[in-house]
Design a protein around this ligand. Sequence first.
Ligand code: ADP
Ligand code: MG
Length: 312
Amino acid sequence: MPEYSLQLENLSKTYGHKDEENFVYALKDLSLNVNQGTFFGLLGPNGAGKSTLINILAGLVIKSKGVVKVQGFDQDSEIRSFKRSIGVVPQETNFDPFLTPYESLDIQAGLYGVKKKDRKINHILKKLGLESKANAYMRSLSGGMRRRLLIGKALVHNPKVIILDEPTAGVDIELREMLWSYMKELNANGITIILTTHYLEEAESLCDQIAILDDGELIAFSNTRDLIERINLKIVHIKYNGYLEKNFDLPKNIKIKEHENKRISISYNKNHFKTDELINFFRSMKLEILDLSTEEPDLADVFKLLVKKGNS
Ligand code: ADP
Ligand code: MG
């Protein structure tokens, strides 16, 4: 098996014409490798280029430049093997209203040349909680059910790499948990999972590795833990006694948030500032520290620090 499940080399996508106003670089010289068997998270604010990347992988959008490989297969020169290696769950749902979920998956399996005896339609329907709807009319399916069926369609040909674009956006917690336990199970069986999500806690708990896109460029790519640690962010919560002056002079790179009942939260970079300096600073302001606790930063904090707009 090749070392990487996904390889991108200088991948670019532009929309519009160079001299026109609506010209955008949705992806800008993106290079990255995803190891075999990784649970990989692709994050970024709205408009970062996540869907563009996923739609390129799905063959729905044509790249402008660069190389894309899945399981070592080149998208341009080994298209059949490429397609067979990958299952993509796009953001949008679109179904033939005259098919039942069973038929829809069976036809999809046929399109991929999966032999009748090798089709695991019932297994997939069961895993997605759609067993009882196997032979129902498509129009009787709720939005959540359709979304699950979309995932099923990406799985019928047993791809080595599964790519999901915001699969849990607007989906209830129960369904979200069911999907994730299924994805974890597939991942434990060696399948590479690549997903985009808006839920940072989700990415933090599921993903081994994370890439952050902003304005079509890769601004971080790392193990999830390393990424959080590399930021060196420290958050301290203090309950104090005394009068906290407004507009006091803050040492640089420190952010203070005031709460009720004489509590404040202070965040700073560990490399630039030490906790005892913070305590000294408080003493110099004639404030008594009644209670002090520290908090480990999470992905949301990291994300806010890294992305330009920080609005997502
Ligand atoms: P994300 O999924 O991260 O929110 P997208 O990949 O959808 O981001 O969009 C990236 C950029 O490309 C945005 O600036 C968006 O407006 C632009 N874009 C996406 N699709 C099109 C399109 N079909 N035509 C023109 N611009 C597009
Ligand atoms: Mg998107």
